[in-house]
Design a protein around this ligand. Sequence first.
Ligand code: ADP
Ligand code: MG
Ligand code: MG
Length: 195
Amino acid sequence: MKLELADAKKWIDLFIEELKENKSNLNELDTAIGDGDHGTNMDRGASAVVESFAKKDPENLTDLYKATAFAMIQKVGGASGPLYGTAFLDMSKAVKEENLELGELVQVGTDGIKRRGQSDVGMKTMIDVWQPVSDALKAESLNQSVIDEALSKVKGLVATKGRASYLEEKSKGHIDPGAQSSAYLFESLIKVIGE
Ligand code: ADP
Ligand code: MG
Ligand code: MG
């Protein structure tokens, strides 16, 4: 399947709402294994996306993902800003290819995070949500349980990238904040495309 502009816009709008609603939850998760700012960072990015769309309504998918990427890169800060930014920037370029399926597109975003973060699955980061979601989308089987399972796996992992890796074994038993914000991203997608 592929997303049309109106649905992709709905996806990003819902993500922004989730980030605003869950700012303190994301901060709490980051307080446990990081520096407590992930919710504040993503909320700042969310506001920047809203501003950008208000200034110029995206005319096509490339514009939509590019505007999202720029807002994230410029305003989120922290480790997560450039990572989300790279994901959406790579997706904005890839979406120009007409035959790209949604699963392939999200895989491009995932690969961008891996490249930019020099990270991979199993390191207790946002990738541990992005990768299983990419796989499920490619198999046309994305649903809430894919996300729930990914998050519960993340909880059991020891972090080997990002701030949480400083805690070593003590990072176990906590949900990674970037994995949770990514869960909000893809729960928003499910709301648009259905299970
Ligand atoms: P900071 O750690 O700089 O305060 P945030 O709190 O906004 O930044 O974001 C932290 C999140 O970024 C982590 O929970 C993790 O998911 C993600 N992250 C950090 N470093 C990497 C990396 N190298 N690769 C992938 N994701 C990462
Ligand atoms: Mg942080
Ligand atoms: Mg920080």
